[in-house]
Design a protein around this ligand. Structure first.
Ligand code: GDP
Ligand code: IMO
Ligand code: MG
Length: 425
């Protein structure tokens, strides 16, 4: 009997999940997305080309891997079709090659869910979540409220009636907002996307995943967003609307908790956040700008500039605890090359006291970070391929993090290309 390994983000998203899942995919029989939707933007680079995936798992470029979109994911048929068309243009057709399947239980993002997202944000003034406006929150609301539409419903004879009924309900809500509710053009594209979903293989994903495990096949669950955006444990309400933590892989795929294997936690050598909400180590200065410039820190989905700051160890320890992380991946170490000193937040000062966890009321009371100063390294990392080429000072940083976090760093990423990856242990 095999188990489901999970790779997930330990910060506020964009840690490099797509790149590392692509690197690991040849060693897995299945890659499965278990939560989130097209709010995600997972970037992969190889052979001089760059791809951004929103809903499709990052194993899609590996010819031998089956990719599954699990029940915990929410799908926008328009964005999904766009992703497929883009892959086809580049010579990949995972539907035709039967390398992409979707759970019948995954929920659909309707055109009006996007409008509801915009309506909700329009009322928030200065306290906007900074949603990607892809309709994620309203779709999960309908799921939990038991009125959502699922992928499997597309095959039912009364699908259009169900769709119209839910749209009417949304329009009633939207009539209370002063926003443009013209969705007819989007709706036409939406139904084209529905035809694509109907033409592809819709599966009982929980049975498929467990069948794979029984056959001793390896499954990797690919997280979206990051632990600090988790609906329960993130910086609420500045979070996304799903469980981004390892428990989400159980409910989002139908894998029992005792079927989870390695939990691979990925983090940047520094820290970023896109959207609103607390970020104790944020550098709202020229150093933060430097990180953004060198690290090309602009959202893969929305193009928004990402807020940048130093690594936050209390937050990382929290993420490791919540997920049961067994091994770590550190990305974007190359971005820090040339910084004379780098800094790691070890504690916060909060209400005059030193604490080493994120407090509940972090929104209203400032948690001021306390830093350890660390020597930087000058060497360019982007061309290194062997452990013995890693600069001494970077190795000291990695060892320091391993000691603080209590989990080994197994992979080191030194550039966006799949080849710029080192196995450390
Ligand atoms: P994801 O959402 O976790 O998959 O991450 P994103 O794709 O949104 O953002 C990560 C960005 O960093 C992408 O542009 C990647 O191509 C890039 N990237 C990933 N790993 C590295 C790395 O080690 N070094 C550098 N310089 N860029 C990286
Ligand atoms: P990947 O998978 C970074 C953020 C948004 C916003 C909040 C809520 O690429 O790491 P939502 O659209 O979910 O209602 O937005 O969550 N957010 C992300 N930030 N990476 C992501 O995904 C994100 N998905 C959502 O910016 O602050
Ligand atoms: Mg991303």
């Amino acid at each position: 009997m095999s188990s489901v390994d999970v790779l997930l983000g330990l910060q506020w998203g964009d840690e490099g999940k797509g790149k590392i899942v692509d690197v690991l995919s040849p060693t897995y029989h299945m890659i499965a997305r278990f939560q989130g939707g097209p709010n995600a933007g997972h970037t992969l680079e190889f052979e001089g080309k760059k791809y951004v995936l929103n809903t499709i798992p990052s194993g899609v470029f590996n010819p031998n891997t089956l990719n599954l979109i699990g029940n915990g994911v929410v799908i926008d048929p328009v964005i999904f079709k766009r992703e497929i068309d883009n892959l086809k243009t580049n010579g990949y057709d995972p539907i035709a090659t039967h390398k992409l399947v979707i759970s019948k239980k995954a929920h659909l993002i309707l055109p009006t869910h996007r409008l509801l997202d915009a309506a909700s944000e329009s009322k928030m003034g200065n306290s906007k979540i900074g949603s990607t406006l892809k309709g994620i929150g309203p779709t999960y609301q309908d799921k939990i409220g038991r009125s959502g539409l699922r992928v499997g419903d597309t095959m039912l004879p009364d699908f259009k009636e169900r769709y119209d009924k839910l749209i009417a309900k949304h329009l009633e809500t939207l009539s209370h907002y002063n926003i443009d509710i013209d969705y007819k053009e989007y709706e036409a594209q939406w139904f084209e996307g529905i035809e694509l979903l109907k033409a592809m293989k819709q599966v009982d994903a929980e049975h498929l995943v467990n069948q794979y495990l029984k056959e001793n096949k390896k499954v990797l669950a690919e997280g979206a967003q990051g632990t600090l955006l988790d609906i329960d444990f993130g910086s609420y309400p500045y979070v996304t609307s799903s469980n981004t933590t390892s428990a989400g892989a159980c409910t989002g795929l139908g894998a029992a908790p005792n079927k989870l294997g390695s939990i691979i936690g990925i983090f940047k050598a520094y820290c970023t956040r896109v959207g609103g909400g607390p970020f104790p180590t944020e550098l709202d200065n020229e150093v933060g700008e430097e990180l953004r410039r060198i690290g090309h820190e602009f959202g893969a989905t929305t193009g928004r500039p990402r807020r940048c700051g130093w690594i936050d160890l209390p937050a990382l320890k929290y993420a490791i605890m919540l997920n049961g992380v067994t091994e770590l991946v550190m990305t974007k170490a190359d971005v820090l090359s040339g910084f004379e000193k780098i800094y790691a937040c070890t504690h916060y000062i909060y209400n005059g006291e030193t604490i080493d966890y994120m407090p509940f009321d972090i929104l209203s009371v400032t948690a001021t970070p306390v830093y350890k100063e660390i020597d930087g390294w000058k060497e360019d990392l982007t061309q290194i391929h062997e452990i013995n080429e890693i600069p001494e000072k970077l190795m000291a940083y990695i060892k320091y993090l391993e000691k603080e976090l209590g989990v080994p760093v197994k992979y080191l990423s030194v550039g966006p290309d799949r080849k710029q990856t080192l196995i450390l242990s």
